[in-house]
Design a protein around this ligand. Structure first.
Ligand SMILES: *Cc1c(COP(=O)(O)O)cnc(C)c1O
Length: 486
């Protein structure tokens, strides 16, 4: 808000003040002394009382009573400012510096604006696809939008088959079922991920073994994987599958991982829930394993509010996944079942949202990459802040903008998160690794050599607001909040 347009001296008349109030439209003025010091705020009501008492529009503001208005010093948090406004029932709060000069005026209607980590961002065509589903009464699960979404996504990532599902977790679960994972089996999984990557291993009664990250991409360490495979081979307990996660929109270093898995004959499930639209050596992320999975959960780069997709080159996997996802109904009219199935299919309505979202995927990737690059350049002078690296073989979708803080940074990651939250900015720690989760405490873990990389990323990492719909103003707010600690 422009301070000049709100500022008036004591010699100003009621008439001038009313005209100024009218002009600014803010409902508040600042009474400023000849030497620039702040005296008090002036509202409509103050002017009305002055006018009633004197009976003249030419009365000057010097006759206003000298009350002391509520102000806040420049290093405020939004939480403090909002608290003061609520407490005093005021809608404007002057920010006053040590020399008693107004440097800003905060507005209650704007001070509470939250900047969230990652919010849905709809395009122009989602509603059209939903409307079509309504008009044709294809509200039931399955239908033309589901078929089209599968076809369009498969084409987008260059996969032969895609199966639309109710969630990314369901997609991982079905992938493990396709690979025959059963009680007593072992499945390897990246440790630095969201629990949904690993939970389906346990659904199948199998045992997860967690593999650390390497520092170059923060994804599965080929070195730790090699050790784990070698030991498993010697113990006669090779895993049934390796779930490779592409963290925060960046592919793992697939070539060495694929080479290792091929050497031991172990299939890969690629958890690309966070990396749709990213690529590894120019090939779309999610298309490297026996099966890949994507998520369309509300916080992902594109969303159907909830949903997932399984992609594969193997027609048999795709057919069987569809079969299991629709309650494993045998081809008979009388509801016959020879195996246990699941209700995992995507609805035709949500697939309509997905089709619309897929059309803006490239824009969403570019927008998230821009958010990341803007943070990086605006915060370049903070030596203690290190951005998630992007190796030359990777084109990340930068689903989240993530950084780590040095040991000698002026603040710890968790305190920075608290500080940002007092400014209504949602930041999060890096995923808590699976091998540190109470529920997986008994599971085996292979750290990268010599020390665990994921432990350190968890301790020092911070995920910043990264939505594709973030304005420059919001990015600037995050940047200044971080700079304020330096
Ligand atoms: C979101 C996510 C999932 C789960 O996807 P849902 O659609 O929410 O079930 C799995 N793995 C990772 C890495 C994720 O980020």
């Amino acid at each position: 808000m422009s301070i000049a347009v709100l500022s008036l001296g004591e010699s100003a008349t009621v008439k001038e003040a009313l005209a100024r109030l009218n002009e600014s439209g803010k409902g508040i003025l600042l009474l400023i002394a000849g030497d620039g010091r702040f005296l008090r705020t002036v509202t409509d009501g103050d002017l009305r009382r002055l006018l009633l008492a004197s009976g003249s529009l030419d009365e000057t503001l010097s006759n206003l009573p000298r009350i002391s208005s509520v102000t806040i010093p420049p290093r405020y948090t939004r939480q403090e400012a909002l608290g003061l406004m609520q407490k005093h029932g005021i809608n404007h709060l002057p920010v006053v510096d040590e020399a008693n000069r107004v440097v800003d005026v905060l507005e209650r209607s704007r001070i509470g604006e939250q900047i969230l980590l990652s919010t849905p961002h709809m395009g122009d065509s989602e509603l059209d696809f939903i409307a079509e589903a309504f008009e044709t009464n294809w509200i039931a699960p399955l239908g033309p939008n589901v078929d089209a979404f599968e076809r369009e996504l498969a084409e987008k990532v260059g996969a032969s088959h895609a199966v639309a599902l109710s969630s990314g977790t369901a997609a991982i679960h079905l992938a493990l079922i396709m690979l025959g994972v059963a009680p007593g089996d072992v499945v390897f999984c990246s440790t630095l991920t969201f629990a949904a990557s690993a939970n389906p291993i346990v659904y199948q009664g199998a045992e997860p073994v967690f593999i650390d990250s390497e520092p170059e991409s923060w994804n599965m360490s080929p070195e730790a994987l090699e050790r784990a495979l070698f030991e498993a081979y010697n113990a006669g307990r090779l895993p049934k599958a390796v779930i490779v996660v592409n963290l925060y929109g960046q592919s793992a270093d697939m070539d060495p991982i694929i080479a290792l898995c091929q050497r031991y004959g172990v299939p890969i499930v690629e958890d690309a829930a966070e990396s749709l639209g990213a690529s590894y050596k120019d090939k779309p992320s999610g298309t490297f394993g026996a099966m890949g999975i994507y998520s369309f959960n509300g916080n992902k780069i594109i969303t159907t509010s909830g949903g997932g997709m399984l992609v594969t080159e193997n027609e048999d996997f795709a057919k069987r996944a569809r079969f299991y996802a629709t309650q494993a109904r045998d081809p008979a009219p009388h509801y016959q079942h020879s195996t246990i199935g699941y209700n995992y299919r995507m609805s035709n309505i949500l697939a309509g949202v997905g089709r619309g979202q897929l059309r803006v995927l490239d824009e969403r990737v570019n927008a998230r990459r821009r958010v990341f690059n803007t943070y990086r350049s605006l915060l370049a002078d903070l030596q203690w802040l290190h951005w998630m690296p992007e190796p030359s073989w990777s084109r990340s979708n930068h689903w989240l903008s993530v950084a780590t803080l040095d040991d000698d940074s002026p603040i710890k990651a968790k305190d920075l998160i608290t500080l940002l939250s007092a400014d209504f900015i949602e930041a999060r720690p890096v995923w808590k690794p699976m091998h540190l989760q109470p529920v997986f405490a008994e599971c085996q873990y292979y750290p990268h050599h010599p020390a665990s990389v994921s432990d350190s990323l968890f301790e020092r990492g911070i995920c910043l607001p990264s939505g594709s719909n973030m304005t420059d103003e919001s990015i600037d707010r995050v940047v200044s909040a971080i700079k304020s600690v330096a």
